[in-house]
Design a protein around this ligand. Structure first.
Ligand SMILES: NC(=O)c1ccc[n+]([C@@H]2O[C@H](COP(=O)([O-])OP(=O)(O)OC[C@H]3O[C@@H](n4cnc5c(N)ncnc54)[C@H](OP(=O)(O)O)[C@@H]3O)[C@@H](O)[C@H]2O)c1
Length: 284
């Protein structure tokens, strides 16, 4: 056998092996996939009616984490849909916007370490959205718990005391208060503790890996994003989702009236709601 033939054979075998490997991973992911969500087939046509009805109620909302990747998208979506008469951004710093569409936003700059002193910032909003969060790599273990648990829970309590009836929390796929993994445990704990706060309506969103071109460097997240983007070419997976789809789903879901007080939207349900409002899932 010539060297050339040997090379061709080896490459052929390697390609075959990689293809088999990808198919096995895709099959495994499919097996562990979220259950099929409720279908929102009529949503696209009903959206306009639902929006109009909601708009007429002159409701107000606040967003926590509006400077973050999902929060930015959520704010953009809320402004485009124009369903609230007032939108307040509650954050640790003043944000600047060039676009006129952002001119009427109210901003409340708070010290999250002394949130009780800023109770007034939370008063008078019907709906609260929370896209707040950090990572252990950025803030350390204690810092992560402080932000993703303490700040989030305290904000929810102040929102309830201030008159909010709805709270929408961006949590994470796999959140579980009994998990051995700190990230998932903290997410699960805060989910459960907010439920006890007793909003009339509480929606928990559990996205998988967020597909976003993040400016900040997060190597492990980047690797996961590339992996799931490649995988989505051969299999639909509930492990990843674009931030646009999450934002669209959060807004669309606000317009709906679910039967239960508390609802949990897993990744697939988020994608399904996002799609029903006309969004294509971006997995690049
Ligand atoms: N990344 C993922 O793949 C993934 C997957 C599933 C769920 N999630 C969860 O989804 C949520 C949103 O994620 P994201 O990636 O869109 O968020 P992000 O871009 O990291 O933004 C986080 C937001 O939280 C604020 N924040 C962070 N640390 C803070 C602190 N110490 N004090 C006050 N505010 C602070 C940031 O404000 P500044 O701009 O002032 O820093 C920003 O507005 C998070 O809870 C995250 O855990 C993420």
């Amino acid at each position: 056998m010539s060297v050339m033939q040997l090379l061709v054979n080896t490459l052929g075998n390697a390609t075959g092996l990689i293809t088999v490997l990808i198919c096995v991973i895709a099959a495994l992911l499919h097996y562990f996939d979220d259950p099929d969500p409720v279908k929102y087939t009529s949503m696209a046509e009903d959206m306009k009616t639902l929006e109009e009805k909601f708009r007429q109620q002159n409701k107000s909302c606040f967003i926590l984490g509006a400077s973050g990747e999902t929060g930015k998208m959520l704010l953009q979506e809320l402004l485009e849909r124009n369903i609230f008469s007032k939108i307040t951004l509650i954050g640790r710093r003043q944000l600047t916007f060039e676009d006129k569409a952002y001119a009427n936003l109210v901003q409340e700059v708070v010290d999250f370490e002394k949130l009780d002193d800023y109770a007034a910032a939370f008063q008078g909003h019907d709906v609260g959205y929370c896209c707040l969060g950090t990572t252990r790599a950025k803030a350390g273990t204690e810092g992560f718990i402080r932000v993703d648990h303490d700040y989030v829970l305290k904000s929810a309590e102040l929102a309830k005391a201030g008159g909010s009836t709805q709270f929408h929390l961006e949590s994470s796929r796999g959140a579980d208060k009994n998990s051995n993994f700190l990230y998932l445990r903290v997410k699960g704990q805060v989910e459960a503790e907010i439920e006890a706060v007793g909003f009339d309506r509480y929606a928990i969103y559990r996205p998988g890996v967020l597909l976003v071109d993040r400016q900040e460097s997060r190597p492990s997240e980047w690797l996961a994003r590339k992996f799931f983007s490649a995988l989505s070419a051969v299999s639909s997976t509930s492990m990843a989702i674009s931030i646009q789809a999450v934002a669209k789903a959060m807004v669309a879901n606000t317009l709906l009236q679910p039967e239960q007080k508390t609802e949990i939207l897993e990744n697939k349900a988020i994608a399904s709601l996002g799609k029903s409002t006309g969004i294509k899932q971006d997995t690049k």
